[in-house]
Each structure stands twice: as C-alpha cells, then as structure tokens.
Write a protein that binds this ligand. Structure first.
Ligand SMILES: Cc1cc2nc3c(=O)[nH]c(=O)nc-3n(C[C@H](O)[C@H](O)[C@H](O)COP(=O)(O)OP(=O)(O)OC[C@H]3O[C@@H](n4cnc5c(N)ncnc54)[C@H](O)[C@@H]3O)c2cc1C
Length: 414
C-alpha cells in the first residue's frame, strides 16, 4: 500500500493551495481529483483583493482582465459606481486558474492523480486508508478539499450542518455588454433575488453573468438569470454555457474537521454568506490547515479563524488528532530535508488521453504576464505538465522515502 504524509482529496483552489503549502515544506502529498485537468468549474472567476493576498502563487499568467471599477445597482434601477487606481478584482477563468495552481502544487513536489476519484475513506487514530480510483493508499492526515458535495464531509458526518445556496451562471460575448466602460467594471445587482445578488463580470473575450441566492431559489434561477440578461440588453437565449452549482455555507460552530480529517474551502462550507465568494476562504483555510498539519496540531485548525467564530466548538477534534511531534532531523533545512528535496520528482499519474493532450501544449506563463486590460487567453498551463506514465513504485513513493525520511517543516507558513 502506498503511503503519504497527507492525502488531499480534491484539487480545486483549496486542495491545490493546501498541497502547495505542504509540499513546499517538504511533506509528501498525494493530491487526487476525480476530474482530469484542466477542468472547469461554475464560478465568476473573480479574485478579490483579499483572495489575492492569500493565494500562494502569483496568478498573473492566468488573469484575463483587471477590473478597477465597481458598480452597485439596486433592483435593476438606481446605481452608483466607484473607481480605484489599482485592480479591485482580477478576473480569471477557473479552467485556467485551477490548472495553474495544480501545476504549482506539482512543481512544489505534490503527486497529482487526476481522473482519480477518492471513493472511500476510513479514518482511524493514526491516519486514513482511502480508495483512490483503483488504488488503496494510506496517509497520516486526510484533507477534504472535495468541494460543495464532498465525500469527506459526509464521511465525518459534518455535511448535514452545511447550508447550501445555489448559483447559476452563463457567458455572453464581451461586445454584448454594449458599453466599453463595462469592460473594466464589476456590476453587482442587489435585491434582485432572495438571499443573494446578480453579477456581470468581464473576462478576456466574454462576460460572465450570474445569479446566486438561497437554496429555495433553485427552481427560479433560470428566470432570474434571464431577467439579469435582459436588464443588460442581452437576449437570454444568447447566454451560453449556462450551469449551476451549490454555495455551501457552514452554520456557526460547524466543525472544520474531525480526528485525522480536516476540511478546507467549499468542503468545509466556507463560502462567505454575504458576498458569496469562496476563493479567499479556500486559500485561507488551505494555509491554516497546512500550518496545523505541519505543526502537528490538528486541533489548532478548528481553533484558528475557521473555527474561532464559535469558541465553544474549538475543540471539536478529539485528542487523538494531535499528531506526534516530528524529530528535529526532519525539520526543513536539516540533512534529511535537503536530501528529500534533492531527490523529489513530482510524479503525475499518467492517463493516455491527458498525456496526448499535454504533449501539444507549451507553457506560456511568462509570455502572458501582460499589463492591465484585455489579456490574451492562455493555454491552460496544466497542459504543459510533464505527464509521465505511472512511475515505477520506487519513484512514485520517493524510493527510499519511507516514514523515517519524511521532511515536514515545523514552522509557520505565514
Ligand atoms: C456560480 C458561482 C460563481 C462563483 N463566483 C465566485 C467568484 O467570482 N469569486 C470567488 O471567490 N468565489 C466564487 N464562487 C465560489 C467558488 O467557486 C468556490 O468557493 C471555490 O470553487 C471553492 O474551491 P474548492 O477548492 O473548495 O472547491 P472546488 O473548486 O469545487 O473543487 C473541488 C474539487 O474536488 C473534486 N472532487 C470532488 N469530489 C471528489 C472526490 N470524491 N474525489 C476526488 N476529487 C473530488 C472536484 O472535481 C473539484 O476539482 C462562485 C461559486 C459559484 C457556484
């Protein structure tokens, strides 16, 4: 059975960021996602200022447009706008951003298995045994980053405590907005549906229109989206790629993990109930979870801001969750750590089709570091990942990297 320090289930922003932090510190991480990358995810793709302060890599290569103007409208009527001399939101597409983050996780040393669903997880006092596609793997810690409908939250019986809003979005050509100023403007339409708002976000060559609100609005979301489109002079039938997704929001006091399992991002129900954004929360929770794991203090995660909203629930993770402190020789900078970093070869589990797709793509990252304004679409950088066939067991698991040679960094990532 292959064994890892941490199994991260789900490679969206929360999972990839967790893997980046942990791998940079020398932990042996398996990052598994049921989808093949690059993959898309319904999302406005707006990176807010606070998200940009938490994201573990510079997303510039996958930013399609910077928005420096905000327009707030009320019931499709009165409005006001504000401008800033710096970007307020950086607009990307999740197909690009998520693949970019995954590529960074691999570069940091994480092993990616995409197209590999985490089918089952069995937690015990010392770790987790999981079925990942056809394989059984063992890890000291499980990070549930598997999104709004995640398996891990269900496995630790937390998902029932998460309230779910709903959102629906679609695309129109940028020209359809009909006004140049809107190409640098994020429009928020307030009070147009119960429990949420509508938005129009400009991207590289299209605009993203969406509506999100209480779960009870699910049946009416298409009508709400059509109204939003009409209010912006767009024929609702011209809106393409219409798709919906849940917005999971934890109730106060909902634990962010249990035992050896920690939840991050949407899996923990961390979508902001007011703004509806979730990438900031995904990045913050990823950092906090990684810090707790590296410090050998899983309880610390629920005592961190994720759990601090409700002091009585601080210690929701049982005493067994405390990870054994690691010996000094495994601290980053020690001999063992250096040796591990030198040997590490990120192994990407290959899939015939994705390998073939990958071969045709070169990473344009630097070339796309463009200034503000319209940016060319970039080829998903994940396409350039050197996807090998399944590496020999010795290489996948780091050869001699047994438990004794693992290198955590026992330091804060902050
Ligand atoms: C319509 C809409 C618009 C939004 N707009 C914005 C916005 O503009 N800005 C913002 O900050 N937030 C926005 N959000 C919220 C944001 O999209 C989420 O909060 C964010 O995606 C959370 O990231 P995550 O990594 O936790 O989950 P996800 O991005 O959902 O990633 C979860 C991953 O887990 C994988 N997975 C699931 N189950 C398994 C399994 N069993 N095994 C292996 N892998 C699994 C999935 O394939 C997926 O890749 C929006 C949400 C919606 C629905």
């Amino acid at each position: 059975m292959e064994s890892y320090d941490v199994l991260v289930a789900g490679a969206g922003p929360a999972g990839a960021a967790t893997a980046i932090h942990l791998s940079r510190a020398g932990a042996r991480v398996l990052l598994a996602d049921k989808a093949r990358f690059p993959r898309d995810k319904p999302c406005g793709g707006g990176l807010t200022g606070r998200a940009l302060r938490q994201i573990p890599v510079d997303p510039s290569p996958v930013v399609e447009r910077d928005v420096d103007r905000f327009e707030l409208r009320l019931r499709y009527g009165s409005r006001f706008s504000r401008e800033h001399d710096a970007p307020l939101i950086r607009m990307t597409q999740r197909r690009l951003l998520d693949a970019f983050l995954v590529e960074h996780a691999i570069a940091a040393g994480a092993e990616l298995r995409d197209g590999a669903k985490v089918e089952t997880v069995e937690l015990d006092g010392t770790g987790v045994t999981a079925r990942v596609a056809a394989d059984t793997v063992r890890a000291d810690v499980l990070v549930g980053a598997d999104g709004a409908n995640g398996l891990v939250a269900r496995a630790i019986e937390i998902d029932g405590q998460i309230v779910r809003g709903v959102a629906l979005e679609g695309s129109v050509p940028l020209e359809a907005l009909g006004h140049e100023e809107l190409e640098r403007t994020a429009v928020i339409e307030l009070a147009v549906l119960p429990g949420g708002y509508g938005w129009v976000f400009p991207k590289g060559d299209h605009a993203n229109l969406g509506v999100g609100g209480w779960g009870s609005e699910g049946q009416r979301l298409r009508d709400h989206l059509a109204r939003l489109a009409r209010a912006h002079g767009v024929d609702p039938d011209a809106v393409t790629e219409v798709r919906g997704h849940r917005l999971p929001m934890r109730r106060l006091g909902t634990p962010a993990g249990s035992g050896r399992a920690l939840l991050v991002g949407d899996a923990a129900g961390l979508v902001d109930p007011l703004s509806g954004d979730g990438m900031y929360e995904a990045f913050v929770s990823a950092r906090l979870a990684a810090e707790a794991i590296l410090a050998g203090d899983l309880d610390g995660y629920t005592a961190a801001p994720v759990g601090r909203a409700r002091p009585p629930c601080r210690r929701v993770v049982g005493g067994e969750a405390r990870v054994r402190p690691l010996p000094a020789h495994r601290v980053r900078g020690g001999k063992g750590a250096e040796g591990l970093r030198g040997r590490r070869r990120p192994a990407v589990r290959g899939h015939g089709a994705s390998r073939r797709r990958a071969r045709g793509r070169a990473r344009p990252a630097q070339a796309h570091r463009a200034p503000r304004g319209v940016k060319p679409r970039v080829t998903p950088p994940c396409g350039s990942v050197r996807r090998r066939g399944r590496a020999p067991r010795s290489r996948r698991s780091g050869g001699s990297r047994g438990r004794s040679s693992r290198a955590f960094a026992l330091r804060s990532l902050a």
